[in-house]
Design a protein around this ligand. Structure first.
Ligand code: FAD
Length: 470
């Protein structure tokens, strides 16, 4: 299919923003084409992001548990080994099943799929250099830019994806590095550092800022960092990378204190650069259209995801807001709803964040620092998993739930969870915030026993009154 007939909606990019927008548009009865240059759908998230990282996090956790925890549960193994090619094959299978699944969804919903690199000819025409070497012009009344983001390198550091890797290379190493240095203590660096640390690497995380994961509540962050340190992850905070030397067999990294001072040389087999991501708009010819971007290269949109050029919209990692797959999906749905003449809405304050380490950290709403800065009087309720019966039963009780609620109204302002499956537990809190619930609402909601979710109920009781179990 060439897609040369006029579409109602053309989506450039088949990531979580783009493919969801395309399916939703088709469901709303709009004639839709999605253009993707990668050859597979699912974007960064499915191909080299969320999914492969979670596959490796799970596999490496299983290995680590087998090696260090099974015996205390009475499960004796004579030996435990890592079979890295098998681990990678399992990850690749998960990715290819899911990307093919989206192609199936496109067929089911009658989304026209064009494989190739899209460039704007005009606000209603995209020329596509197709992957089979041809070219086709795709016309649309509305065009959505969903081209996502790309790895950001640091000045003077060239990523070769072998010894100096981005997250993409870190998802496909062919052996376990003895020493791994992670530049950047954001969630991607900590997740990938955890994977390789569990498989046996000595991991050092170098971070320019004074803190790891800047969006996290300070108290939770402290406990989280301690937990990672117990797992032998080393942190060098307030540290600046000066240069990298790859002339020898390994990699030498020269660092100095962020505030200036004596340089130190660190040695590693592999260095992971995870110092952030940058919006990807290369080759789109936005300048030709006059689409407005900010200093960081992000496309500027209004609350309807419309750019300054009529008929051209943008969603996901390529616009301001949290660079997360679920946020991109929400953008996609709302943008298409507007195009279809309906109302759409995304509240970035209600987008949960999850770090998929062990324990996981998940949060939604405001941190205690943000609540203080707002000058709102508030209550804090906390409950440790050490006092949660399910967590004790399975001997995995590190972490806590922390709830912040407005003093006057008891309305929940933020919820922060550190727990083995915090990424699942957080959604009760997301729903609570979305519906403007009070801590008493959660506390008076019956929670099944014995579950980790009871810790949320107890933390809610501790917020407006007193908990029972501590
Ligand atoms: P992308 O997923 O980047 O998709 C954009 C697509 O557009 C790409 O496939 C690209 O090939 C295509 N494209 C670009 N330009 C053109 C063009 N001109 N023509 C045709 N096609 C084009 N987020 C989470 O929420 N949870 C996680 O656990 C998580 N883990 C992550 C782990 C890693 C290692 C990384 C790197 C990211 C992770 N993310 C996670 C972030 C998540 O991947 C992104 O937020 C999400 O993919 C953004 O979706 P998007 O659709 O905006 O862009």
């Amino acid at each position: 299919a060439s897609g040369s007939d006029e579409n109602d909606v053309v989506v450039i990019g088949g990531g979580p923003g783009g493919y969801v927008a395309a399916i939703k548009a088709a469901q709303l009865g709009l004639k839709t084409t999605c253009i993707e240059k990668r050859g597979t759908l699912g974007g960064t998230c499915l191909n080299v992001g969320c999914i492969p990282s979670k596959a490796l996090l799970h596999s490496s956790h299983m290995y680590h548990e087998a090696k260090h925890s099974f015996a205390s549960h009475g499960v004796k193994l004579s030996s435990v080994e890592v079979d890295l090619p098998a681990m990678m094959a399992q990850k690749d299978k998960a990715v290819s099943n899911l990307t093919k699944g989206i192609e199936g969804l496109f067929k089911k919903n009658k989304v026209n799929y064009v494989k190739g690199y899209g460039k704007f000819l005009s606000p209603s025409e995209v020329t596509v250099d197709t992957l089979d070497g041809g070219n086709t012009i795709v016309k649309g009344k509305n065009i959505i830019i969903a081209t996502g983001s790309d790895v950001k390198s640091l000045p003077g550091i060239t990523i070769d994806e072998e010894r100096i890797v981005s997250s993409t290379g870190a998802l496909a190493l062919t052996e376990v590095p003895k020493k791994l240095i992670v530049i950047g203590a954001g969630y991607i660096g900590l997740e990938m550092g955890s994977v390789w640390g569990r498989l046996g690497s000595e991991v050092t995380v170098v971070e320019f800022a004074p803190d790891i994961v800047p969006t996290m509540d300070g108290e939770i962050r402290k406990q989280f960092q301690r937990s990672l340190e117990k797992q032998k992850m080393k942190f060098m905070l307030k540290t600046k990378v000066v240069s990298v030397d790859t002339t020898g067999s390994g990699v030498k990294l020269i660092v100095e204190p962020a505030a200036g001072g004596d340089q130190t040389t660190l040695e590693a087999d592999v260095v992971l650069v995870s110092a952030g991501r940058t919006p990807f708009t290369a080759g789109l010819q936005l300048e030709k259209l006059g689409v407005e971007t900010d200093k960081a290269g992000r496309i500027l949109v209004n609350e309807r995801f419309a750019t300054n050029v009529s008929g051209v919209y943008a969603i996901g990692d390529v616009i301001p807001g949290p660079m997360l797959a679920h946020k991109a999906e929400e953008d996609g749905v709302a943008c298409v709803e507007y195009i279809a003449g309906k109302e759409g809405h995304v509240d970035y304050d209600m987008v949960p964040g999850v770090v998929y380490t062990h324990p996981e950290v998940a949060y939604v709403g405001k941190t205690e620092e943000q609540v203080k800065a707002l000058g709102v009087d508030y209550h804090v309720g906390k409950f440790p998993f050490l006092a949660n019966s399910r967590a004790k039963a399975i001997d995995d009780a590190e972490g806590l739930v922390k709830i912040l609620a407005e003093k006057e109204t008891d309305k929940i302002l933020g919820v922060h969870i550190m727990a083995p499956n915090a990424g699942e537990l957080i959604h009760e809190a997301v729903l609570a915030l979305q519906y403007g619930a009070s801590s008493e609402d959660i506390a008076r909601t019956c929670h099944a026993h014995p579950t980790m979710s009871e810790a949320l109920k107890e933390a809610a009781m501790a917020t407006y009154d007193k908990p029972i179990h501590i």
